[in-house]
Design a protein around this ligand. Sequence first.
Ligand SMILES: NC(=O)c1ccc[n+]([C@@H]2O[C@H](COP(=O)([O-])OP(=O)(O)OC[C@H]3O[C@@H](n4cnc5c(N)ncnc54)[C@H](O)[C@@H]3O)[C@@H](O)[C@H]2O)c1
Length: 255
Amino acid sequence: MNVSDLKVIVTGAASGMGRHFALELAREGADVIACDIDGAGLADLAEASDGASGTLGTVRANVAVESDVVSMVQHATDKLGYINGLINNAGIFRDHLLVKVDKKTGTLKKLPLDLWQAVIDVDLTGPFLCTREVAAQMIENGVRPGVIIGISSISRHGNPGQSNYSAAKAGLVADTKLWAAELARYGIRTGAIAPGFVDTPILQAMRPEMLEKLLSGVPVRRLGTPQEIYQGIKFIVECDYFTGKVIEIDGGLTI
Ligand SMILES: NC(=O)c1ccc[n+]([C@@H]2O[C@H](COP(=O)([O-])OP(=O)(O)OC[C@H]3O[C@@H](n4cnc5c(N)ncnc54)[C@H](O)[C@@H]3O)[C@@H](O)[C@H]2O)c1
């Protein structure tokens, strides 16, 4: 499948990697529907896409809300005629140890249920809802081939302080595998990418000494770029024999 043949939804496209993916895909000739909760970021993205050979439309939607996702996918289908690609990129983290004793006060702090739930809702329920709606649309409209890509994380292996995030990102990889098995008969492939530390606003906001500490564990001693993660997306789109697998792009962090 060629990138220029894609009619693709990118979630979380107002910032960071999602913004880069949406712009690169449109520049390479894909028709893109960029989805996010951040309306101002989407407007900025639409402006930045001027001159791309493909089209870029935007839609405000919360991937964790079923009715939003249903109307977002319907809107995308109406606008482009059909959808043959989805990039489940929207994600948040809300880090907290499972239980922690405050050194000064001696009080025990527990990971609050709402922090657990917020991350599961966006990072796991979001991809589930988007994939369900897009796959249903592909099957109903006889669209094939189709490709569905999830942005997981190396935290899927279990990162202290990230019970919620690690569970969601591991769950996304598990679903990527089983969706590949379930959807192959309809000509739909899946894939996931598990990035290491990537240069996006989240990490740009980090204190330099924290960043230095982070990078000391990365053999190539630098952050990845959104373009290097995009290269993984392009590979999954273009390789018709690839399905159900996760590619780790992490500068060697998980060696
Ligand atoms: N940056 C990294 O180092 C890194 C590493 C591994 C994995 N990831 C994953 O890559 C993806 C993109 O990360 P990023 O660093 O570009 O983050 P980012 O914060 O720059 O962008 C995330 C985007 O998702 C949007 N979003 C959040 N909640 C949403 C919701 N409910 N519905 C729709 N949109 C929503 C935000 O508004 C934002 O525009 C995430 O899934 C993240 O977990 C990032």
